[in-house]
Design a protein around this ligand. Structure first.
Ligand code: TXA
Ligand code: MG
Length: 329
């Protein structure tokens, strides 16, 4: 899937918007971000207001290349440079000790900052033309599904004057489809805060050590809240072999499913069936669009066939777990 060619005139306009403290929705390879000048406190506050996000949650600073790491971080370990060399530009966020330049509004008052260098041509063009760091959370209302198309952003946040966003750059749908991997390198041992397209195994192969996961007492990460990325309709994840039977127990009420074809052949009363892809990268790319369509179809319940186990599926399983938290029966 080739993104539309970058329109430099639109990029120049977007830079002007950022410079005057406005908000630009920008496609990245993972999801759309809601971008503001990371050095402008009022602009970053406007991002929080647009999302309805609690003010003490940190946002990622996006940079054009690894040479900007030292602008935002201090005491940068060699491991961070090795990972940046291996995976940037790309879907990996590194949490490092902050430099004085990282504002409290960006870090949520913590002593760390999240840095990411996105590979998407539109995001790259914007960062290069802007020159500074860009604070950008996913461009959705707090707690909702991340946007993977310009349409999602406009539906969720809206354009000014009625909505919250000054400008939306349309770079088509996001090729990765789920948020970046977040690795915390600010402590004595690396910790995976959010699984993503850069897998734990890939990180471990560069680091040469095993990676731990988030546990209690970890820094605030809104992506680590139990319920997040949630559709409005109750969603449950069931073993693939049980999907048809589970649908039958809810029928005649309308049910929508995300499952392989064979799993629903005998299921009655399907309101909508979205096909689950076989490969984790394809599954992730379509996941949020699938969840939006399932959520909007008028079903009383969403049933998702559990994806396979295994390291390549860790990120997808994580997002489904969050989407279903609190709504299991
Ligand atoms: O793929 C992505 O990472 C997208 C695109 C736009 O880059 N961004 C994104 O941002 O998902 P957001 O804010 O929706 O999720 C970033 C997560 C949040 O849960 C935030 O709390 C966490 O990263 N985070 C940011 N800075 C952090 C820090 N210093 N320490 C711990 N967690 C941090
Ligand atoms: Mg988000």
């Amino acid at each position: 899937m080739e993104a539309p060619a970058v329109d430099q005139a639109r990029i120049a306009q977007a830079v002007e918007v950022l410079k005057r403290g406005g908000l630009v929705a920008v496609p990245t390879e993972t999801v759309y971000g809601l971008a503001a000048d990371a050095a402008n406190e009022a602009a970053v506050r406007a991002v929080f207001a647009a999302k309805g996000r609690p003010a003490d949650h940190p946002v990622i600073v996006h940079i054009a290349d690894a040479s900007a790491i030292d602008d935002w971080a201090r005491d940068v370990p060699d491991s961070a440079r090795a990972l940046a060399a291996a995976f940037w530009p790309g879907p990996l966020t590194l949490v490092l000790k902050r430099s004085p330049r990282a504002l409290d509004v960006v870090t949520g008052g913590q002593d760390t900052v999240g840095l990411r260098c996105p590979s998407h041509p539109w995001a790259q063009a914007l960062l290069k033309a802007f020159g500074g760091g860009v604070a950008a959370p996913s461009a959705n209302r707090f707690g909702r599904i991340s946007p993977t198309s310009a349409r999602h952003v406009i539906e969720d946040l809206g354009l000014k004057p009625g909505g919250a966003v000054d400008m939306v750059l349309d770079g088509d749908s996001c090729p990765v489809g789920i948020e970046s991997t977040i690795l915390d390198l600010s402590g004595p041992t690396p910790r995976l805060l959010r699984p993503g397209a850069v897998t734990r195994e890939q990180l471990e192969s560069v680091l040469g050590v095993p990676i731990g996961s988030t546990e209690a007492g970890a820094p605030r990460v809104s992506g680590a809240l139990e319920k997040h990325y949630a559709p409005r309709t109750a969603l449950e994840v069931v073993p693939v072999g049980d999907v048809a039977a589970r649908v039958a127990t809810v029928a005649p009420e309308p049910v929508a499913v995300l499952a392989p074809d064979w799993a629903v052949r005998s299921a009655p009363n399907l309101k909508l069936h979205m096909l689950a892809a076989d490969r984790p990268s394809d599954y992730a790319r379509a996941l949020y669009e699938n969840l939006r369509q399932l959520d909007a179809c008028g079903a009383v319940r969403l049933i998702v066939a559990e994806p396979p186990a295994g390291p390549d599926w860790e990120a997808v399983r994580d997002r489904l777990k969050r989407a279903s938290a609190g709504s299991a029966t």
